[in-house]
Design a binder for this molecule. Structure first.
Ligand SMILES: [Zn+2]
Length: 466
């Protein structure tokens, strides 16, 4: 979560946050079409994120949910025999499905008004980021299902859910999606977030505090409990471990987490914002560092040399959080002024961070870190806006696309399954009307989504049978 960083560094009055429950399914359900055995997708262009090459025109042959062949129109068509369904996307550009390296499907935060924040402070994360206090796991499961569907409809076909999802919210949602009960991206679930006591929240009612914390976090207190926390998450069949590093977390504790996780073939994503926490994550051998806002040049070089991924989360870039909040809550003039001045400084700092990351040669991916209720936008629309902000922060368009396709796939360890349109990979494809290299904001207007060879969305309306 980036929120902690904002609060501590900019003295924003966002220390109390609560949320609306928006766990209501929209009436419109996805057309749950059963996969067609063989599908031929035709488009004017196909962008390969790795090389930056554009194939034009391009055909993609999909069989049993996987990509079978990619190539020039005539060549692929000749191999498509039998009962083939053709989807002609006309002048569109095809890309691989997007990967959100860092998100929170079970949160839907509304920034509280100033008086609420000032008079009832009991920690940064209650109850907006500690929904276990006020909502049942069932209600949150339905919220998560809605957010997952909205992400998928905007072209996010795979994501990592990194905490704040109850004890088993994200593992169960992952399995429900796999089983076809609800529509959503492939989910890599991290289960409960590992934290040290005192991180994230404090001053909860002592009679209830541990019961509440236990719903959402696993506490690290020494190396034995660090290992136990990994085992408890592994019992819930998580795909990776998420740890929040703060000044309390020691290198031996984090190293114990990582050693135990690796023994179970689980990667470890470490939230680290300040320099000290980033160094702890580097020294302990994290697989990815989430946020990393204060990473120095020397630290980026250490990350590069150790092969640690940098997962960029430009969630607050260019007034994003203000735009999400100001439609909901009336803020005082003083609060507005504080927000505005913090905003420009934050944006400038992020530009510098992106420049340092690009120059360092560190491996990088990107995540939305979305956890906010954003009126007028679906969760997917808000998340893709955050990706597009990387371009404004100075990252060239091809690199932005790599960060949420090929690079992200490698960060997940799924480079053999997703991230590019290549034979053998899952048929997770998206398409936009224009050229995303010339105008990266095309990614906010995904008009075609296919996951597992199944059409989730097609606004091009040119589908026909051969
Ligand atoms: Zn986060």
């Amino acid at each position: 979560m980036i929120l902690m960083h904002l609060i501590r560094n900019e003295h924003m009055n966002v220390s109390r946050i609560f949320s609306y429950a928006v766990g209501i399914f929209a009436a419109t359900q996805l057309a749950a079409q059963s996969p067609s055995p063989t599908t031929l997708i035709k488009a004017a262009r196909l962008l390969d994120p790795r090389s930056g090459n554009v194939l034009s025109p391009a055909d993609v042959l999909v069989e049993n949910g996987k990509i079978k062949e990619v190539g020039p129109a005539t060549q692929v068509k000749a191999h498509a025999s039998g009962d083939v369904k053709t989807i002609d996307l006309g002048n569109a550009t095809l890309l691989p499905g997007l990967i959100d390296g860092h998100t929170h499907l079970f949160l839907d935060i509304v920034r509280p008004p100033d008086a609420e924040a000032q008079r009832h402070e009991n920690g940064n994360f209650a109850p907006g980021l500690l929904l276990a206090i006020v909502e049942s796991p069932t209600k949150r499961a339905l919220l998560g299902a809605q957010m997952a569907r909205e992400d998928l409809e905007s072209g996010i076909t795979t994501l990592r859910n990194l905490g704040h999802s109850g004890i088993d919210g994200d593992t169960e949602l992952r399995d429900a999606i796999k089983a076809g009960r609800v529509a959503g991206p492939r989910i890599l679930a991290s289960g409960r977030k590992l934290i040290t006591r005192g991180d994230y929240l404090w001053n909860l009612n002592p009679a209830l505090a541990d019961a509440i914390l236990d719903q959402e976090f696993l506490l690290i207190d020494g190396t034995d409990r660090a290992r136990e926390a990994v085992r408890r998450n592994a019992f819930q069949n998580v795909d990776l471990i998420k740890v929040a590093a703060d000044e309390n977390l020691t290198v031996p504790e984090l190293a114990a987490v990582i050693e135990e996780a690796h023994r179970k073939h689980l990667k470890v994503a470490v939230h680290a914002v300040d320099k000290t926490s980033i160094q702890t994550a580097i020294d302990a051998g994290a697989d990815s560092i989430e946020h990393g806002n204060e990473a120095t040049e020397a630290q980026l070089k250490q990350m590069r040399d150790k092969g640690i991924f940098f997962d960029l989360t430009p969630t607050s870039y260019d007034g994003f959080l203000r735009k999400a909040s100001e439609q909901l809550v009336l803020f005082s003039a003083a609060s507005r002024a504080a927000f505005a001045s913090a905003e420009s400084g934050r944006t400038r700092q992020y530009d510098q961070l992106v420049a340092r990351v690009l120059k360092s040669g560190v491996k990088f991916a990107a995540g939305s870190d979305m956890c906010w209720f954003y009126p007028g936008k679906t969760r997917g629309e808000a998340s893709t806006e955050i990706f597009v902000n990387l371009r404004a922060a100075g990252m060239p368009a091809p690199e932005v696309i790599r960060a949420i396709t090929t690079n992200a796939a490698e960060m997940l360890g799924w480079q053999d399954r997703i991230g590019s349109i290549e034979p053998g990979k899952f048929a997770d494809l998206i398409a936009v009307a224009g050229d995303p290299i010339a105008d990266i904001s095309e990614l906010e207007r995904i008009r075609f989504v296919m996951k597992d060879g199944r059409v989730i969305r097609n606004d091009f309306q040119q589908e026909h049978s051969k």
